[in-house]
Design a protein around this ligand. Structure first.
Ligand code: NVA
Length: 377
C-alpha cells in the first residue's frame, strides 16, 4: 500500500493545529510612499513620506518575541516553518512602475490563504508588497515536493498601475463628512478602483464551506468576484464593518470555534445578512474585551485592536497577546484555555499573533457550519 503524505490541510480557524508558518521581522521597512499608502509617523518622530528600516532595538525585541512564540508552538508538538526574508530595502520594479522599498515578511497571513489542500498566494494591493510571496516560495516548493495533493495556486499578478487607485484619494479622504465615510463603509468604496482583482489573504476568514471576505481598503469587488469563481465549492460572503480605512479582518471579526465569534466592540457589522446568517445558524457573536492600549503603538500602522488578533491551537486553546489582560479573562470565562504570548513588540512589524502565522495543517475536514443559508448572500 502506498501511503501519501498530506502536508497541507486546513479548512477553518480552530481545528487542531499541527503545522504552521511563523513570519520573521528581519529587515522590515517603513515603506517608501506609493499610491496606496504614504506612511506618516510624525508623532513618533518620522514625518510623512519618510521611510527606512525599523530601528534595531525594536527589531531585536520583535525577533525575540517571534522566536519564543515559534518555540512555544514547537514545544506543543506543532511543526513550525519560517520564511526567507529578502532585502526589503531594495528598489523593485515591474514594466509599469518602480517602488523604492518593499515591506517585510512578518505577516504570512496577509499573503497566503490556505483553503483545504490549497495555499493561494494573494494578489496584494500595495506595490511594496508585490514581491512578498517570494519569501514563502522555498516553503511552498517544499510542500509541493512532499505532498502530491498540495494545490499550489497564485492569483493573477496585478499590474498596480496608477489606474488601480483613485487619484488624490488621501487628500479627498481627509475632507470626507461622516456621511461620506458611512457610505464608504457600507459599500467598501475605498482607495482601490475595480480595474483588476485585488485582495490580501488576511481579509478572508474560513469556516469550512463558508468563507467571509472583508471588502476593505486592500480588497476590491473584483477581488471578491475572483475568489468566488476560484472557490466554486465554497459559499463566499462579503462582509462590511463600521471601520474607517479598514485593512484585514482579523482585528475586526474573529471566528473562535463552531458557534462562537468575537466582534470588535467599535467596528460593528454593517451587513445585516451576515448577522442574520450567524443568527440562523445559532452562532453567538460576542463583543471583544477592551484592549490594553489607548492607541497605536510607536511606528505601528496596526491599531490597539490587535488585542483580538489571536491564534487558535484547537477549539479549546487560544494564544492571546500577554498584555491583553481583559481579553484573556473574557476568553477564560468563555471556557478557553488561554496561552499568554508576549507579542506587543511585534506590532510595528505588521500585526499580532494571527497575522504572524499562516496555517499549513489543521486536523479535520470541510464541514458545514452554516446549513441554513440566506438566498443571494
Ligand atoms: N488593520 C487592522 C489590523 C489587522 C490585523 C488594525 O489596525 O486594527
Amino acid at each position: 500500500m502506498t501511503v501519501t503524505k498530506v502536508v497541507v490541510n486546513s479548512w477553518n480557524e480552530w481545528d487542531p493545529l499541527k503545522h504552521v508558518i511563523v513570519g520573521r521581522p528581519d529587515g522590515t521597512m517603513i515603506q517608501a510612499p506609493e499610491p496606496a499608502i504614504i506612511r506618516d509617523f510624525s508623532k513618533d518622530g518620522l514625518p510623512k513620506g519618510l521611510y527606512g528600516p525599523l530601528p534595531d532595538d525594536m527589531l531585536a525585541m520583535a525577533t525575540e518575541q517571534m522566536d519564543s512564540f515559534a518555540a512555544l508552538l514547537e514545544k506543543r508538538g506543532i511543526r513550525v516553518d519560517r520564511p526567507t526574508p529578502l532585502d526589503f530595502s531594495q528598489c523593485v520594479s515591474t514594466p509599469d512602475w518602480t517602488q523604492k522599498t518593499m515591506f517585510g515578511c512578518m505577516p504570512p497571513r496577509d499573503v497566503l490563504l490556505t483553503v483545504g489542500h490549497e495555499i493561494l498566494e494573494a494578489t496584494m494591493s500595495y506595490r511594496s508588497r508585490w514581491f512578498e510571496y517570494l519569501c514563502y516560495r522555498p516553503l511552498l516548493q517544499r510542500y509541493f515536493q512532499e505532498d502530491p495533493n498540495f494545490r499550489w495556486e497564485a492569483a493573477p499578478k496585478p499590474r498596480l498601475t496608477n489606474a488601480a487607485y483613485k487619484p488624490d484619494y488621501w487628500d479627498e479622504y481627509r475632507t470626507w463628512t461622516e456621511d461620506q465615510k458611512a457610505q464608504a463603509m457600507r459599500t467598501g468604496d475605498w482607495i482601490l478602483t475595480e480595474i483588476e482583482p485585488l485582495f490580501d489573504a488576511a481579509d478572508i476568514t474560513r469556516a469550512g464551506k463558508d468563507l467571509f471576505v472583508y471588502h476593505s481598503s486592500v480588497t476590491n469587488s473584483a477581488g471578491i468576484s475572483w475568489l468566488r469563481r476560484h472557490f466554486p465549492d465554497h459559499r463566499l460572503h462579503p462582509v462590511y464593518f463600521r471601520e474607517t480605512n479598514p485593512i484585514h479582518i482579523d482585528a475586526t471579526f474573529v471566528l473562535l470555534r463552531p458557534g462562537l465569534a468575537s466582534v470588535n466592540r467599535q467596528r460593528v457589522p454593517l451587513e445585516p445578512r451576515m448577522v442574520e446568517l450567524f443568527k440562523r445558524n445559532d452562532w453567538e457573536l460576542v463583543e471583544c474585551a477592551e484592549p490594553a492600549l489607548d492607541g497605536y503603538p510607536p511606528l505601528s500602522f496596526c491599531s490597539r485592536w490587535l488585542s483580538m488578533n489571536i491564534l487558535m491551537l484547537d477549539p479549546k486553546t487560544i494564544c492571546v497577546d500577554a498584555q491583553e489582560a481583559k481579553q484573556m479573562e473574557q476568553f477564560d470565562q468563555l471556557g478557553f484555555e488561554v496561552i499568554p504570548v508576549p507579542f506587543g513588540a511585534v506590532s510595528a512589524f505588521g500585526g499580532g499573533l494571527h497575522c504572524a502565522t499562516a496555517d499549513v495543517y489543521r486536523e479535520g475536514k470541510c464541514d458545514d457550519y452554516f446549513p441554513h443559508q440566506i438566498g443571494g448572500y
